[in-house]
Design a protein around this ligand. Structure first.
Ligand code: TYC
Length: 134
């Protein structure tokens, strides 16, 4: 076998094979305290590779024309609120001008805003719903 043949074999080997780490501890671990080991290495702490998602607050804005009942139904349907919660949130928005419907990861928040705006437009109501970064 020529050097070039060897090179080709090396280059064609699957990445998983070429990069596969050698098993760190086969057999009894001499590196454990008191076992006379001399192995050095980096101590790594394993932790889940989870990142907290960026969260967005979805709010409804008050207007003078959207019927209260429509807002209540939207809160129940899009934001999965109970009738009682939906009435409270609707009244809060009606009185204060703005109110929170929920806090969600970006794509969930975006989908809810789109659903509210689509259903409002289809029913010819001026209801506005926006999301704001937490
Ligand atoms: N202010 C509206 C009315 O009096 C009701 C309303 C509540 C509209 C909440 C929008 O986000 C809203 N009919």
């Amino acid at each position: 076998m020529t050097f070039d043949d060897l090179l080709a074999l090396t280059e064609e080997a699957p990445a998983a094979l070429r990069l596969a780490p050698v098993a760190a501890h086969a057999g009894p671990d001499k590196n454990e305290p008191g076992k006379g080991g001399t192995e050095t290495g980096t101590i790594t702490k394993t932790r889940p590779k989870t990142k907290r998602p960026n969260l967005y607050r979805v709010v409804l804005l008050n207007d003078d024309y959207t019927p209260m009942e429509f807002v209540i139904l939207v809160l129940q349907d899009v934001f999965n609120k109970s009738r009682e919660e939906a009435v409270q949130i609707m009244l809060h928005v009606h009185q204060k001008g703005v109110g929170e419907c929920g806090i969600y990861p970006y794509e969930v928040a975006e989908t809810k805003v789109t659903r509210v705006m689509d259903t409002a437009r289809k029913n010819q109501h001026p209801l506005q719903c926006v999301m704001e970064k937490q």
